[in-house]
Ligand binder design. Sequence first.
Ligand SMILES: [Zn+2]
Length: 303
Amino acid sequence: MTRKKIRIKKKNFTIFILIIILLITITYKGTNFIIKSVTNKDEKVEKKKKEKNIKRDKRLEELDNIDERISYFNKDYIDRYIDYKNKNKDLKIEDVILHVNIGIDNDYYTNTKKAVNLNKNTILVNKYNYLDKDYEPENLEKISIYYARSGMKLVSEAKSQYEAMAKQAAKEGLKLVATSSYRSYEYQEELYNNYAKRDGKEAADTYSGRPGYSEHQTGLAVDLYNGKELYTEFEKTKEFEWMQKNAHKYGFILRFPKDKEKLTGYEYESWHYRYVGEKIATYIHDNNLCFEEYYTMFIEVFK
Ligand SMILES: [Zn+2]
């Protein structure tokens, strides 16, 4: 090998090394850049999160930090709470939370949800919580004709408790007769359409559930009369007086009380009772609640 050749080879080798160094540098910088931009993105997300939390904390201050005191506070509803509070300045903050959770910051039949707790005594069906067209409760049984018009059905447990209650009332010389109980979606649809035709939709909405939104579809609700007076006159009867004192002992509650129309979405109905089980019924009775209030405070869970 000549000296010249060796020199050329050396030169090539140096260029080769330089290229390798250059490539390594580029790769290193590139990787660094990618890592940095990923980290930057994370930081940005983190920053946004922090800002959101600060905003949330400020809003919570507006709500007197109610989240620490109230177990059923739902952080997803903060904006709704504040809007509702601004529109109802005299309302206690506890009631603001309660009302919004029930849903009444929205019009009836808007922002509706599919009912949960199907086939349980704790199911809530109202103007915000509906049942599917094909929902039929399990274990429907006919109520004895001693205590009901023929063909009336309730869910098994509610049915036995209803019969036990009516039997006790009979022992005390009173008569409880179920005039309406389980209603299918189709039947409710027919009823509602007839009412709407007769009185107009707006009026019908104050006393009849739209199909899917009637508690009668749960098989846990019963309308009573005393076998003589119209059911709409039930309030004036001794049977009503007896129910006021005793219904909860058998697990029934007056479902649409006088002072809770706004929360239940229904006018006062002295004849409509709902089975919830003895424990819950007793609590509701003793604390003068409606089922919407009890449900919101003790049954509904936010995930
Ligand atoms: Zn009813």
